[in-house]
Design a protein around this ligand. Structure first.
Ligand code: SF4
Length: 215
């Protein structure tokens, strides 16, 4: 018996506090600087994060690994990439022997890298002007797997396009369209996107039967 203290919530609060410290620094009013993390995830989520944010629910210490590595001395410094009058800001988790490395927590090791991770890594290769990169997936059971990737131009063009779209929508205050994916399940905006408000309205039996009062 360890007393009445709720240790589950103590740990959750600790994870949330560390997570806040490690959050990517984004100036929400500076629409001309888009962070790479915003461009590769669902644009609607990035839009809500800037305009009407809701706190994200962190599942465990594994979720913090990428942020922790960025903060450590061998983490890389953020870098800007100019796209006409816009700036794309990216940060690799590590750069070792000219290879860009990003770490991603995951429930189950995938057969192939996730598309948002590929877009992120590939864009980092352009931002830091490197040609090779690696994505390292780690599960909470410490299972890990690495995917090696080489730089691709078409994939980077896709990120540049998404940066421009997010910038336009932020300037025009227009909510981006839904980008449904399996990430929606853990998204803090799931209810906003998929659960419509219940509208209660009294409907008389006559209206339900299509009979107006005049009839
Ligand atoms: S629930 Fe899905 S579509 Fe909606 S913001 Fe989140 S990730 Fe995007």
């Amino acid at each position: 018996m360890m007393g009445d203290r709720d240790y589950g919530s103590v740990i959750k609060n600790a994870i949330d506090s560390i997570g806040k410290e490690l959050e990517i620094d984004i100036d929400v009013k500076d629409y001309n600087t888009i962070h790479l993390a915003e461009a590769v995830q669902c644009l609607r989520r990035s839009y809500y994060d800037r305009t009407d944010p809701k706190e994200v629910e962190r599942r465990g210490f594994n979720d913090l690994i990428s942020g922790l590595l960025r903060k450590l001395e061998y983490g890389s410094e953020p870098k800007l990439f100019e796209i006409d009058d816009l700036k794309l800001k990216g940060q690799a988790d590590m750069i070792v022997d000219d290879i860009i490395i990003i770490f991603r927590p995951i429930d189950v090791i995938p057969d192939a890298p996730q598309s948002s991770d590929l877009l992120y890594l590939n864009a980092c290769m352009w931002i830091y002007d490197k040609t090779d990169g690696m994505i390292l997936y780690i599960t909470s059971d410490r299972e890990e797997h690495t995917f090696s990737v080489t730089r691709d131009n078409k994939m980077f063009e896709q990120v540049v396009r998404r940066v421009r779209v997010l910038n336009d929508l932020l300037k025009d205050q227009k909510t981006p369209i839904l980008e449904p994916s399996k990430n929606c399940i853990d998204c803090q905006y799931y209810q906003r996107c998929f659960i419509s408000k219940k509208i209660s309205k009294h409907v008389s039996l006559a209206e339900m039967l299509g009979l107006s009062k005049e009839n």
